[in-house]
Design a protein around this ligand. Structure first.
Ligand SMILES: Cc1cc2nc3c(=O)[nH]c(=O)nc-3n(C[C@H](O)[C@H](O)[C@H](O)COP(=O)(O)OP(=O)(O)OC[C@H]3O[C@@H](n4cnc5c(N)ncnc54)[C@H](O)[C@@H]3O)c2cc1C
Length: 322
């Protein structure tokens, strides 16, 4: 029987794993994908983050690598099991049975750090599928010298289009309106070297087999059609939240977000939550706030498991000797 099972290995869950190790809890983490890092790994690996305390500027990948290095000290005591999606959480007498797509865990406490339950990119509506229509860019070197078409008008679309210009001169940004939601400065920076087409709507994609070669665009006002050659089409129409498991897990919340109290306890005794998937008055969705929340959750659980120990709270400077 585990003391604690953490659901999700994003920046919140990973920090929770480290703290559970530090507090000597018999804990484990389950992660539905094959990698840790949550949104930082899945959505913006190569982007710089500027608001993590102690790091004036760091890429999302380097930050998660750092978190993994910090966690590794406790990897035997607090293993991370990948490709394990939490499906059901059922309360037995004084413990929980968490059923995943692969197995079953028994645990005294649960922390949900699932980032809101998974988000999926808004898809480009087409009758056919092509392998070179992509929704995430992992390694920008893949696009060196390629003809890139980026779809979208928000900050991420413009950021990606700008980042691509460091790897290829042939970047076309297509947006259905003349106005952009992205910052004006970013749009201006892109215009210096990139090509913008507005107001255009995608009317078709032409290709052989699974590879798209041309994108057909229709002018939103004149309806005139043009075709552009492409090696990759990068779609950035934003994300939609996949169905939250909030109700299935019997938790109180709203719009898929779990309500917690000041100890990060949910409406069910023994289940705590932290990170992007929770809500309370004043909640902001940042890496740093999620990590603060899981520190509170791990400590709240430690206090319940070991009431005597909690009277003498010890810092890492005391607990780690090497
Ligand atoms: C483009 C972009 C830029 C951003 N820039 C910044 C920034 O500059 N500064 C900042 O502070 N924040 C930034 N953020 C926000 C930041 O990424 C989030 O606040 C952070 O990722 C939240 O971490 P989390 O661990 O709570 O959730 P997530 O990162 O979403 O991680 C949740 C993890 O749980 C897993 N999971 C989900 N459901 C299950 C399940 N049922 N079973 C098992 N595992 C599950 C997921 O696969 C995922 O790995 C940005 C976000 C985006 C999209």
């Amino acid at each position: 029987m585990l003391d604690l099972l953490i659901i999700g290995a994003g920046p919140t869950g990973l920090y929770g794993a480290f703290l559970a190790g530090l507090r000597k809890l018999n804990a484990a983490v389950i992660e539905s994908s094959g990698e840790s890092g949550g949104q930082l790994t899945a959505v913006y690996k190569d982007k710089h983050i500027y608001d993590i305390p102690g790091f004036p500027k760091i890429t999302a990948k380097d930050y998660i690598d750092g978190q993994m290095k910090q966690y590794e000290r406790f990897k035997k005591e607090v293993p991370i099991y990948y490709h394990q999606e939490a499906l059901l959480i059922v309360k037995k007498d004084d413990y929980f049975v968490v059923t995943t797509n692969q197995t079953v865990f028994e645990t005294k406490f649960v922390i949900i750090a699932h980032g809101g339950g998974g988000f999926v990119p808004q898809k480009l509506k087409l009758d056919k599928t092509f392998d070179n229509i992509i929704y995430f860019m992992q390694d920008l070197n893949t696009y060196k010298g390629k003809k890139m078409v980026v779809l979208g008008g928000g900050d991420s679309a413009l950021d990606w289009a700008l980042d691509l210009l460091d790897h290829t001169p042939d970047v076309t940004l297509v947006h259905r309106r003349d106005e952009f939601r992205a910052l004006e400065a970013t749009v201006e920076a892109f215009k210096q070297k990139g090509h913008i087409l507005t107001p255009y709507i995608v009317s078709d994609v032409l290709g052989d087999g699974n590879t798209a070669h041309k994108i057909v665009l229709k002018h939103a006002k004149t309806h005139e059609e043009i075709q552009i050659d492409c090696d990759y089409i990068v779609v950035n129409y934003g994300f939609v939240l996949s169905k939250s498991k909030l109700e299935e897990w019997g938790l109180t919340g709203e719009k898929g977000l779990i309500h917690v109290d000041s100890t990060m306890k949910t409406s069910v005794d023994g289940i705590y939550a932290a990170g992007n998937g929770i809500d309370y008055p004043g909640k902001i969705k940042l890496i740093s706030t999620g990590q603060g929340e899981i520190a509170t959750a791990v400590q709240s659980i430690t206090n319940l498991l070991f009431p005597d120990k909690s009277k003498n709270f010890e810092h890492s400077t005391t607990l780690i000797k090497d």
